[in-house]
Write a protein that binds this ligand. Sequence first.
Ligand code: TMP
Length: 221
Amino acid sequence: MSQDTPAQVSAFVSSIQGRFITFEGIDGAGKTSHLNAMEAQLRAAGLDVVRTREPGGTPLAEKLRESVLHDSMDPLTESLLVFAARRDHLVRVIEPALARGAWVLCDRFTDATFAYQGGGRGFDQGVLQTLEQWVQAGRQPELTFLFDLPPETAAQRLAAARSPDRFESEDRAFFERVRAGYLARQQAMPERFALIDASRTPDEVGEQVHGALLSRGWVRA
Ligand code: TMP
């Protein structure tokens, strides 16, 4: 998408229907640059766009994010904190935005909990499912981009980046489990996911992202 011309940008379908789109993948998958590109294109097309992230997106949830990323805690505490942050985010930001017809682009959501706490930490999936039902009351993203790539490739990309948080400093085996957790979610709900091969060049990845929107009829060719 990064190579789209202004003419293609203006071809975005204008719609008053709110859409909830999430971006997922292991740390270092490169999702953020494609999120940036999609946000810019939707805004250029005049749409109401809410760009947000998890954990985070509200003052309270951002405080919880700091704790989750930097304080030592057990996996149940970690899971409760990410779902507490999610509840606040849903009630204050996501639901009101969807109700007024905005496009909500969210950098991570509940699939990350199943992948990181469920897969990476090995925490009980049944408890996570119960928390998901309580917190979300049936709300799910309409489309989830899963940027998939081998953990060793992601680790090489991350090596040059910021100082690592509690998750980024985990070992390769942790990220293999996170990746498997994501792929299990994608296989359980394939219609919600666009599986992106994030090991390709940025332009090729951008084409895959654009193709997923095209195939849903959300943009014109
Ligand atoms: P970010 O650096 O992509 O913003 O993500 C923050 C970190 O939080 C990332 O390493 C994944 C982790 N995370 C969880 O462990 N569980 C969750 O539910 C979410 C949303 C993120």
